[in-house]
Design a protein around this ligand. Structure first.
Ligand code: SF4
Length: 465
């Protein structure tokens, strides 16, 4: 029996977590009984405490204390300061651990929930001595040389770190034939989860789906280095029809970009027209948006497209690896508004090389667009971060970025690894300035009137399936 655990940030649409449900289906299709434990909370984003912190392992001081407690067989979180949200998350997780059957525990790890996953892994070690603990998911996939994985393996907190698709590696683990670090390949045979009517009742009537993996583009801040694999569209269509029969009203398509090629996007639009949900949404690339595609998307009830714009400055965009001609962005917004699809455009402030003038230009353009279109277009600003595996992380000097590393003396046993983990970074802009920019951009990006269709987002809930 395999237990899969995900702790998800539920601040946006509040749908069920997707990747562990795909993993569960893959394992069940091969005869392994598997249970998914999804914990949904609105998790605080550590960037807003210190924007120069590298999130890779920003809990090193807590890790050191927990590790020492664990070695002395004390309660792991003894003497650790916990926020109210930490206490809520851990109380639920710890109480469920008592009932989890089987000795394989797989965690879906993201930058935000790494701390919780480490605490739970240590607790499992104390409760079930012979358990196999596996960390996979986006965070563990970052970088060719994942130092966090090395630290967790060497300290004995986990047994295995999995990169990219966890399906085949998890099958090997279930057959007790595994290595410490394994990589899985994404395949065209996507194991779409067989949801039940209960999932419709327990979650939103909107479910996550996927038709492709990876992305051929190379934005400098992005750690997504997965090969681009197009899944089979026939089984994607059957899956959507099955979910509609169950009572789901819509889907969020989680492909990195839906329109990597226009012909593929047109085929997806045809499928969405046939299936005829009330609502669907996805991520798209700005360059491949045109009238014909948006007309089809509109007919198939696409309501929102997320688009990574990041900034309006041509030179920062070029540096970032995205061609950005402002009149093309304006044209994209015009087309989408005409077809009643909400462009939800991400912005990243304080990227390497962004001058005050360039930031001002992005702010001014954001204000102008919002003045012209009101709530028919929204922006989602965030602060530049360093992700292992990204070009900015691998070649900091090239982008004028400097790192400060953790002090290995904090835990000499693993000092050699700890002192290779970056603690903070600098792009030459002060933290105060970065926060001021983000607050200004945020204030101009959306209005409080925006309601996300079907959102049932709550502070806290969980789903066991
Ligand atoms: S940011 Fe988006 S478009 Fe750029 S490389 Fe990453 S997934 Fe691809």
């Amino acid at each position: 029996m395999i237990n899969l655990i995900s702790i998800c940030n539920n601040s946006f649409t509040g749908t069920v977590s997707s990747s562990i449900n795909y993993l569960k289906q893959f394992l069940e299709d091969r005869g392994h009984e598997t249970t998914c434990y999804d914990y949904f909370y609105t998790l605080p984003n550590p960037v807003f405490i210190r924007p120069d912190h590298v999130m890779e392992m920003n809990i090193i001081p807590e890790f050191v204390k927990m590790y020492k407690n664990w070695k002395k067989n004390l309660p792991i979180i003894h003497n650790i300061e916990l926020s109210q949200i930490d206490q809520i998350v851990l109380k639920d997780l710890f109480s469920d651990l008592k009932y989890m059957k089987g000795n394989i525990f797989g965690f879906q790890v993201s930058t935000v929930n790494l701390g919780y996953s480490i605490i739970a892994a240590m607790k499992i070690r104390q409760m079930y001595k012979d358990s196999i603990i596996v960390f996979g998911g986006y965070h563990m996939s970052l970088g060719l040389e994942n130092k966090v994985a090395k630290l967790l393996l060497k300290s004995g907190v986990i047994d295995c770190a999995v990169r990219d698709d966890g399906s085949e590696p998890m099958l090997k683990i279930a057959n007790n034939d595994y290595e410490e670090i394994m990589s899985g390949k994404f395949s065209v045979d996507i194991p779409h989860p067989k949801y039940t009517k209960n999932d419709v009742i327990e979650t939103n009537p909107v479910f996550p789906s996927v038709s492709s993996y990876g992305c051929p583009f190379k934005c400098f801040f992005c750690a997504s280095k997965r090969d681009n694999v197009f899944g089979d569209l026939g089984s994607f269509r059957d899956h959507l029809l099955h979910c509609k029969d169950l009572g789901f009203k819509g889907t969020e398509i989680n492909d990195d970009n839906l329109n990597i090629t226009l012909s593929r996007a047109m085929e997806i639009a045809d499928i969405m027209c046939d299936v005829n949900f009330d609502y669907w949404t996805g991520w798209a690339n700005q360059k491949n948006i045109n009238n014909e595609l948006m007309e089809k998307f509109h007919l198939s009830n696409c309501k929102v497209l997320m688009i990574g714009i990041e900034c309006f400055s041509a030179s920062v965009a070029e540096n970032m690896g995205k061609e950005r001609i402002i009149k093309d962005v304006m044209n994209t917004i015009d087309i989408m508004v005409k077809h009643e699809i909400l462009p939800c455009m991400t912005l990243i402030t304080s990227m390497p090389g962004e001058t005050e003038e360039e930031y001002e230009f992005t702010l001014k353009t954001t204000i102008e667009i919002r003045k012209k279109y009101g709530d028919k277009v929204i922006f989602v600003p965030s602060i530049f971060q360093m992700y292992p595996g990204s070009d900015t992380y691998n070649n900091p000097e090239k982008f004028g970025i400097s790192f400060e590393y953790w002090d290995g003396n904090i835990l000499p046993e693993f000092g050699e690894i700890i002192e290779t983990i970056p603690k903070t970074f600098s792009v030459g802009i002060s933290n105060e300035k970065i926060m001021e920019r983000w607050k200004q951009l945020n204030a101009e990006s959306y209005s409080k009137r925006i309601i996300i269709p079907y959102s049932k987002s709550k502070q806290k809930r969980k789903l066991i399936r």
